[in-house]
Design a protein around this ligand. Sequence first.
Ligand code: NAD
Length: 524
Amino acid sequence: MTVTSEPRLKITYATLRNDNEQLHAQYDAGLAIARGELGATHGIFINGEWRPAAATFEKRSPIDGSLVGLFAFGTKEDVRDAVAAARVAAPCWARTPWLERVAVMRRFADMISERQMELAALMAIEVGKSRLEALGDVEETADLIRYYCDQFEANDGFDRPMGNLGDPAVHTRSVLKPHGVWGIISPFNFPMALSGGPAGGALVAGNAVVYKPSSDAPLCGVKLTELADLAGLPRGVFNMVTGPGAAVGQELQENQGIDGLLFTGSYEIGFNHVFKEFSHAYPKPVIVEMGGKNPAIVSVRADLEEAAEGVMRSAFGYGGQKCSACSRVYVQAPVYDSFLDALVAKTRGITIGDPTDKKNWLGPLVNAKARAKYEAAVAEARRDGRILTGGEIVAGQGTDLYVAPTIVVDLPADHHLWRDELFVPFVAVARVDTLDDAIARANDTIYGLTAGFFSDDHEEVENFKDKIEAGVIYINRRAGATTGAWPGIQPFGGWKGSGTTGKASGGLYYVQQFMREQSQTLVD
Ligand code: NAD
């Protein structure tokens, strides 16, 4: 991988403007490097060594169907080997002074940032993200790791003196210690941030890791692994096995050598399999981050232009393929028509096409399964409601995965499209009489990930903050009604069916989850 020498530009999900020519020149250079890396065959990484793939699967770009690479079709046996290597490496890594672990992890983060352009371009090709979205994902990865390092420093390595009831012969401490080996299972949609972030937390805390990337984003997994190795993580501390969830993911879930498991992905797999099935002999820590059905509420007191922009960005950014995507909007009756006019106008202005091209804001869906979900939702919306804009496949693109951002109205309140996560660019809008109705409908779902509110009225805002059931809320946010959290700024985690722990990534209480407390008493 190559490092650009020019000064780095920091892109977050809240970066609104896409007109920095220096940024685009750097991205184009990264894109050229990325293109040269496509089409190779990749193995799995166990005990500090790349093992050639015995069997492979093909990953093709949703942009134009070109070959991204051939990736190892990992097996349960591969995972067993990786877990065995991790178990050997874990005690030594746990005993490594935390300041040394922090130094390695900071190096890892810096290496990710230094390669942001190339990594973002590879990610765009692999999963169809736009320039700014992919750059944000790469930089978030590095900032998540840095934030967990900051937390270690701010808490003296989580090794703290406790009281002694006045007896100077008694010395007590609270020490947080790693569990041993963590499994990390990642989704396709933030293929670096939701791999490097949680793995970073587990690693800085002194655990070894066995990591399984999504099969829709294996190249991001391979690149992250190369950098973990280059950064100097000792042999066996970071292991990576690509392959199907039913084999690789399942083994991570069943293997007795895994002490803790972090899964990010759908409710269907996260809750029904990972959460329910992980612990066997005794309870083990399992962190499961799942989907959302994220609402935005627009009051009569809202700035409608701001609300429409915030909803458009959150509903359609990366084609609605974010756990935090806005998929429902409840608007107070007097401003319903004006809000819709503004939202439809902004949505029709979205440029769709190859997302590595700077003129395009929106690229393709990740795969044919997502397109089928979109088509099914559109057919139902036509039958049971009214489509204001969108509802079709965009012709003339490199694949048939480009779909038009879709706004639906007049759906019955009990329709499943109000409840089920679709993960496509599809937003339903309803008229409500009161804000309490809106909040009740917003809360009427198993999910509780993010929510947005638009109003200039202080009391309305306080009422929303008091009643909304969501782990991440935004008020009057043009940059994204429900999306765009950043480490150390907006901790990100779900309530209810969106997450199991109530502790948010990039937040104050996250990295501690990869450790267990030991209370130590020493009497002279
Ligand atoms: P997914 O559930 O299909 O897959 C997630 C991962 O689980 C993949 O690596 C997959 O291979 C693996 N897997 C599949 N079967 C498994 C099994 N039986 N055991 C163990 N692992 C298995 O999710 P996806 O389509 O990759 O990602 C989209 C989903 O992720 C959406 O629901 C989205 O809301 C959610 N998500 C949540 C967050 C969050 O922070 N809460 C963030 C991003 C995405």
